[in-house]
Unconditional design. Sequence first.
Lengths: 101, 312
Amino acid sequence: MLPEIDKAQQSIGIPEREEIIAILNKILEEDFEIDPSLLKPEASLRDDLGLDSLDGVDLVVAIEKKFRFRVDEEEARSIRTLTDIYESVDRHLLQLAENQR
Amino acid sequence: MKTQGGTEQTNRWTGRTRGGYLGNWIFINLLRIGGVWIAYFFLVPVTFYYLLFASQAVMASQAYLRRQGYKLQSIIGRWWLTFKHFFSFGQTLLDRVAIIAGKASRYTFVFEGQHHLETALAGGKGVLIISAHFGNWQAAAHLLGTLNVPVHIVAYENEVAPIKQLFAEALKKKLFTIISLGNDAAGLEIMTALKRGEIVAMHADRTIGDKHSVRLNFLGAPARFPSGPFTVAALSGAPLVHAFAVRRRVCSYHLYAYPPQHLAFGSRKDRPKQLEQWVSLFVQRLEAHLKSYPLQWYNFYEFWEEPLSLSS
C-alpha cells in the first residue's frame, strides 16, 4: 500500500493496513477454511486459494458486511489476488472516512 | 440434437449439441417449413439411432426408469420405454427450437402460480427461479417473457461456434440472455442482475464436483444436488421460486411456480444444515412432478452416487 494512504488512515482513525489484512485473513481462514500458510499477498484467489465464482460472491458479501461499504461489479471483477482485496478495502475505507469529514 | 450424457465423474456432460451442424440444420428447417408434426415424424428414426448407438444414455435411461419403479423385465418393454424416454427428449428439443423460432402461437401454455412470481418481483430484489433438467425450460422462459422483466438463464455454455450461430439465426425473439457458468464472473453477474430487480433462472440438479453440493436421497438412493443456487438466494436476499414446466400433451405446456421463499443464512456453522433443508424441499417437489411426468427427466448420465444393482 502507498505510504501516503497509511498516513491518511492514521490521521482520520480508520484501520491501518495490517489491521485490515488481519481482519480479511481471519474471514478467509474461518469462513472459507483456507490454510493460513496460503494467505500471501500475491496469492491468486482462484488458482492458489481455490475460490470459485460462488466463493467470490460470498467473499464480497462478507467484506461488504464487515466494512459496511458496497463493492460494484466492475471492481469485483478486477480482483484477482489478496493484494487486490486489501487495496480495495483500503480505498473504500478511506473514501468513507473522507465522505464523513 | 442436444445431449446431456457423458462419462466423466467430475464433468459428466459436455454441454454440446450432438448430431452435428447438419443434423441441427435439417431439424431447424423441418420446423420452419413443415412444422412441428413433420419434425416429430423425422424424430422417430433419429430416436432409433440414439437407441442403437448411445449406449451410455440407454443405460442411464434404464437405470433412471428402474429407480422410478418400472420393472423393465422384458427386452422389448425395456427398449420401448427407453425409446419413449428419448423421443420425449427429442420432442422437448424440437419444441424449444419451435418456440424460440417464433412458432409459440401453435402451442398452448398454462402458467400456474404466475402471481407468485409477480409478488416476488414486486419486492424489487429480483427473483431467482430454480428448476431442473425436467420438462422444458424454454417453454418456461417464453412464459417468463410475459412478465416484462429481463430474464437471464444460468447455463453451462460449451457449444461449438457454428452450431451456436445456427441457433442464433433461428431465433425470432431473444427471450433471455445467458450467464455462462464457465465464466469466472458468473456469480457477480447473477448478483448484479438480481440487484437490478431482474429474473435469474438456474437449474439445480447437476453438480460440477462435490463442492457446493448436498447429498440427498432422490428416488430412493443418494445423489448429489447443487447448493450454489440456494447460497446465491441467501446472499443476495432475492426471493427464490421453484418452477417446473412440463409437457402435458403435444404442443401444450404447463408451468408450475411455487410461492417465493426468502432465504437467509444464520451463522456459518448452521449453513450446511440450512442448505440441506432448502435443497431437500426442492428435491421433494421435483420428485412429486417426476411421478406425474416420469419421461420428462433429461439427465442421461449416471445421476446417482452408486449404480443401481439389478438384483435390487
